[in-house]
Design a protein around this ligand. Structure first.
Ligand SMILES: Nc1nc2c(c(=O)[nH]1)N[C@H]1C(S)=C(S)[C@@H](COP(=O)(O)OP(=O)(O)OC[C@H]3O[C@@H](n4cnc5c(=O)[nH]c(N)nc54)[C@H](O)[C@@H]3O)O[C@H]1N2
Ligand SMILES: Nc1nc2c(c(=O)[nH]1)N[C@H]1C(S)=C(S)[C@@H](COP(=O)(O)OP(=O)(O)OC[C@H]3O[C@@H](n4cnc5c(=O)[nH]c(N)nc54)[C@H](O)[C@@H]3O)O[C@H]1N2
Ligand code: SF4
Ligand SMILES: [Mo]
Length: 748
């Protein structure tokens, strides 16, 4: 075994010597590998192709995979360093149980004992309080096979309604908006359609840091003459190279889209034929946007009127275009309205369903797309079917060999699961691939709920912050320890290949779930021999649904570098571009290209309303939150990879020089940010790339460094996404450095 040099950086709490916090720094990459495995990066939804170098059952490095068409060998800093996590000493090699000591430590127990204990607790809780008293939180970093299994485990084995997933914090506003407008929830186009778009419109997406390989597509478009428009309260790296930057006030995007449509109508920059033949609902939307004059739009959005005119002209007069957005417009209590506003300007232009005419929401997690299609959402069944729809229930029940009456009704979203814990309705919880204590808003509330549970089990390969509140921790599998499919931001179903075996007593996640079913004596339908067999059933279960995978096979994926769904039979090549006239569509059946019975896309009136918590005299500053390039999500993985920590070691409060001056803050000062829910002391980073009425905190850290101590749990009424992108705060110079400051100094 190669050993990995490890540096101890931060022992936040005492869990016993085996759980010290360390960072992996480097491996000896000069070693000759035993084999090279073609697979994909474990992090974001771009799912770049990568080749892992393996020696003695350990990933020791990587090589570019030039043939994979999406990234052609390119990788971002996280992809380059991903291989370091596997050999990290924090890797969980055993099951653990809380040892009841005052220090809150854990002690190892055998895997089989842990499985029996979890099964006994599930049985006890469900017998005592009913099936829905046991809840499940799952994740979209899991392969699609595992997400399918999680849905089946919840709905068929445990018969609980209460399963939801971390995409609730991520993709659901886009999903709901896309379903309303197009009848289907997937990027409309492959990324190759970006390359020759005349205009690329990017709203609320920090492309260069969060979808780094997409930057290359945008820049190639620019080389081909495209004009790039970026809408963001911060001048992000992609904004620094754009043609028009619109510094929107957080929470106001729908007003901007309505204002653009207003001008498109006024100047007649519309595709009348497309609107008439392929859409419905335009008149109501046209009527609604009459009030969105450039003046009013400027006043609400904080964007200069001249810039709004220029954006409308660039967008309105283009002959090809691509509009993309991400969480910046979606993480809002009116996130779905923002998405509908964006789609309205695409539909009015008629530029969709053709080459270089596209629209996409950029997915986030590695399997942000596949993870939201096959039944781990609280209201969903495989194939993007609805748990509340009698026909859909009957079909899936027939594939599973049960009666539809045995399926539970739809359950509640991930945040509502916390509220149900508070109300005493949910007593037990299983979390896999989800770190709610860092990632959910208002996380002081979340901590109380995790502590209130009678029983909590977490399945992870590291002891994440939520798992520290668990009674049992089961050691799951790293990305490179299993095979399966994921679906990329483009809608391309690709194959993750296994490079190494699980170490110690760790098990592939699907085995753990099936072992629990067996220990419960409820293994019917959960006796798969591996991911390939799960995928075969998933194909069947998705057949005839909107997300139809029935024509996809592992072999076809390998041969064609991925298959775009829908793919309804073995001879079908897949569907890279949706909505092309004449393309296969199970819903419209030849009538048109959108996924409604009449084949037409829907315009939807997109209503503006201010954020749930707007600024006032007590809390006069807007807080928005998001990401930095070297850290990933709740940080469990990237906060353990040395070179990535070095790139961005601790969260900083981004603040404009004018605001900083008013508050008496200089760059590097400790600043305390307070909201109605919590407070957080971070070093200030004074920079001109942010609106002076707004501050920004990246959210990848836990405890006292966590941005989610401040955020609000307001949710969109349709999608139930939390409003991560706006809440009201006040900022002041810190009275004293935070406790963690001394730890930082000790490292230097
Ligand atoms: N490095 C890195 N890459 C990642 C991830 C990561 O954690 N780290 N996570 C992955 C995941 S799961 C996701 S969801 C994606 C997220 O990818 P993005 O959505 O691109 O990332 P965010 O930083 O959440 O937010 C994007 C931008 O929205 C802006 N913004 C804030 N409020 C508003 C607003 O009201 N309107 C507009 N127009 N913009 C606003 C922010 O300033 C920010 O620049 O990234 C994926 N890729
Ligand atoms: N303030 C604020 N909060 C946010 C956001 C924001 O922009 N601002 N963004 C939100 C978004 S977009 C997202 S996607 C969420 C993410 O929220 P989370 O899902 O909580 O974040 P992750 O870090 O992905 O947590 C997943 C856990 O799963 C583990 N894991 C990863 N892969 C696997 C696997 O294959 N098997 C198993 N068993 N475990 C695995 C990791 O080790 C980690 O501990 O955070 C949200 N929270
Ligand atoms: S862009 Fe995303 S998938 Fe590609 S290397 Fe970076 S984190 Fe991995
Ligand atoms: Mo996300």
């Amino acid at each position: 075994m190669t050993t990995i040099p490890v540096e101890t950086i931060n022992i936040i709490e005492q869990f016993g010597p085996h759980l010290a916090h360390t960072k992996a720094t480097n491996l000896d990459t000069s070693l000759e590998p035993d084999k090279i495995v073609q697979t994909h990066c474990c992090f974001c939804g771009q799912q770049c192709g990568i080749q892992l170098k393996v020696k003695d059952n350990e990933v020791i490095g990587f090589e570019p995979w030039y043939d994979f068409p999406f990234n052609q060998g390119k990788l971002c800093p996280k992809g380059v360093k991903r291989y370091l996590q596997g050999a990290h000493p924090d890797r969980l090699l055993h099951a653990y149980q809380r040892d009841g000591s005052a220090s809150g430590g854990f002690s190892p127990l055998s895997y089989e004992q842990a499985i029996s204990r979890v099964a006994a607790e599930i049985e006890r809780i469900q017998t005592q309080y009913g099936p829905h008293a046991f809840g499940l939180l799952s994740g979209a970093s899991l392969t699609t096979e595992k997400t399918y299994l999680m849905g089946k485990f919840a709905h068929m084995c445990l018969k609980t309604s209460n399963i939801d997933y971390n995409g609730r914090l991520c993709m659901v506003s886009a999903a709901a908006g896309n379903k309303k407008a197009f009848g289907i929830d997937r990027a409309a186009n492959p990324w190759s359609d970006i390359l020759k778009a005349e205009v690329v419109w990017i709203s609320g997406a920090n492309v260069a840091e969060c979808a780094p390989i997409t930057t290359d597509y945008v820049w190639q478009a620019r080389e081909n003459g495209a004009k790039i428009i970026v809408v963001d309260p911060r001048i992000t790296p992609i904004a620094r190279t754009c043609d028009l930057f619109l510094p929107v006030k957080p929470g106001r995007d729908v007003a901007l889209f309505n204002g653009i449509l207003h001008l498109m109508i006024e100047k007649d920059w519309l595709d009348h034929d497309f609107i008439e033949q392929q859409t419905t609902g335009f008149e109501a939307v046209a009527e609604h946007v009459k009030q969105w004059t450039p003046q009013r739009t400027a006043q609400v959005t904080g964007i200069a009127e001249k810039a709004i005119h220029r954006a409308a002209e660039l967008w309105g007069t283009a002959s090809t275009s691509f509009l993309m957005h991400a969480r910046g417009i979606e993480h809002h209590s009116h996130g779905v309205q923002n998405v509908l506003g964006a789609i309205n300007i695409v539909l009015a232009s008629g530029r969709i369903g053709r080459e270089y005419c596209g629209y996409a929401t950029i997915t986030g997690q590695g399997n942000g797309q596949g993870g939201r299609e096959h039944g781990q959402k609280c209201d969903q069944l495989p194939g993007a079917r609805d748990l509340g729809n009698p026909e859909h229930r009957a079909y899936v029940a027939s594939v599973w060999g049960i009666s539809p009456d045995d399926l539970p009704p739809p359950g509640v979203d991930a945040y509502e699961i916390m509220r149900k814990i508070e109300a005493g309705e949910i007593k037990g919880l299983l979390a896999i691939c989800f770190n709610p204590l860092v990632s959910l808003p208002d996380n002081n509330y979340v901590r109380q709920q995790l502590e209130k549970l009678e029983f909590f089990v977490a399945i992870d390969f590291f002891l994440n912050e939520s798992a520290r509140h668990a009674d049992i921790i089961l050691p799951g599998s790293l990305h490179e320890e299993d095979e399966g499919t994921v679906t990329t931001a483009e809608g391309r179903v690709i194959k993750i290949n296994k490079a190494v075996d699980c170490p110690g007593e760790a098990r592939q996640d699907w085995r753990i779930i099936q072992d629990l079913a067996r220990a419960l004596g409820r293994e019917q339908g959960l006796t798969f021999t591996g991911p390939a067999e799960i995928f075969d059933e998933l194909r069947q279960a998705s057949k005839g649904g909107v997300a139809d995978y029935s024509g996809i096979s592992y072999e076809k994926i390998e041969q064609q570098h991925g298959i775009f769904w829908p793919c309804p039979d073995d001879d079908h090549p897949g569907t890279p571009r949706l909505f092309e006239p004449g393309s296969w569509n199970p819903v419209a059946q030849g009538q048109g290209s959108f996924y409604f019975p009449d084949g037409k896309a829907r315009f939807n009136v997109a209503e503006y309303s201010p954020p749930a918590e707007d600024v006032d005299a007590d809390y006069p500053i807007i807080l928005t939150t998001g990401r930095v390039v070297s850290q990933f999500l709740s940080g469990t993985q990237t906060r353990r990879i040395g070179p990535l920590i070095d790139q961005y070691p601790e969260p900083r409060l981004e603040i404009h020089p004018r605001l900083a001056e008013r508050l008496g803050l200089a760059d590097g000062d400790w600043a305390t940010t307070e909201s109605r829910r919590g407070s957080c002391t971070l070093r200030a980073r004074v920079l001109k790339t942010i609106r002076p009425d707004t501050v920004f905190i990246p959210y990848h850290w836990a405890g006292g460094k966590s941005a989610n101590q401040l955020t609000i749990s307001a949710q969109d009424p349709i999608s139930k996404i939390p409003e991560f992108k706006v809440c009201a705060v006040r900022v002041k110079k810190a009275d004293a450095p935070p406790a963690y400051a001394s730890e930082l100094e000790a490292q230097q």
